[in-house]
Design a protein around this ligand. Structure first.
Ligand code: GRF
Length: 187
């Protein structure tokens, strides 16, 4: 199957997916990397890997519909079967949702429905919860509201600073995302 990975930032989940493909534990190919941040590290990495990229600056479009029409064209050209959001810091609009209904997946660094939205790790840390975690879910029109596919808990040790929690969450993300994608592709 062909995956399109959407990311706005560092792309550590992109790396984990890419490594799983190289290791043969994820039977798929990344045929497109999409970013709304032209200077993002993920785009540098994708280019170095020789992957096809679609980079756009939302500010140069009149609205979301117009850039999503271009994204859908790029996805069709890349023959993408699934859209994997990996730190794509933008709500998906109706144009993209309808074109890839039931095929868009996101990872969120909390046990949804707790701590939706931005800085979920900071929200959980500030709330003082003793357990948080990672959720992988289908994407719908809401923010972090789609049907849950997989979750894994992460304990918040009393000794943790915020950065420790972030690292613990990332370790789980990097294992859970490729494994969950692999099991979705088998269905
Ligand atoms: C991850 O924590 C993911 O759960 C959230 O955005 C972050 C992306 O990190 N949606 P990275 O760019 O993959 O390192």
């Amino acid at each position: 199957k062909h995956l399109a990975v959407f990311a706005s930032g560092t792309g550590s989940n992109f790396d984990a997916i890419q490594l799983a493909i190289e290791a043969g534990t994820l039977d798929a190919a990344i045929t497109l990397v999409v970013s709304d941040v032209p200077t993002s590290a993920v785009i540098d990495k994708a280019k170095r890997k020789g992957l096809k990229t679609f980079v756009f600056d939302p500010k140069s479009y009149p609205n979301k519909r117009v850039f999503e029409i271009e994204i859908v064209e790029a996805l069709q050209e890349a023959e993408a079967d699934f859209i994997i959001l990996a730190g794509y810091m933008r709500l998906v609009g109706p144009t993209l949702l309808h074109a890839y209904e039931g095929k868009i997946i996101n990872i969120h660094p909390s046990l949804l429905p707790s701590f939706k939205g931005l800085d979920a790790i900071g929200q959980a840390f500030d709330a003082g919860v003793k357990i948080t975690g990672v959720t992988i879910h289908y994407v719908d029109e809401g923010m972090d509201t789609g049907r849950i596919i997989a979750q894994e808990a992460v304990k918040v040790s009393d000794t943790y600073a915020r950065g420790d929690l972030q690292r613990a969450i990332q370790v789980v993300e990097h294992q859970l995302y490729p494994a969950t994608i692999q099991s979705l592709l088998q269905q």
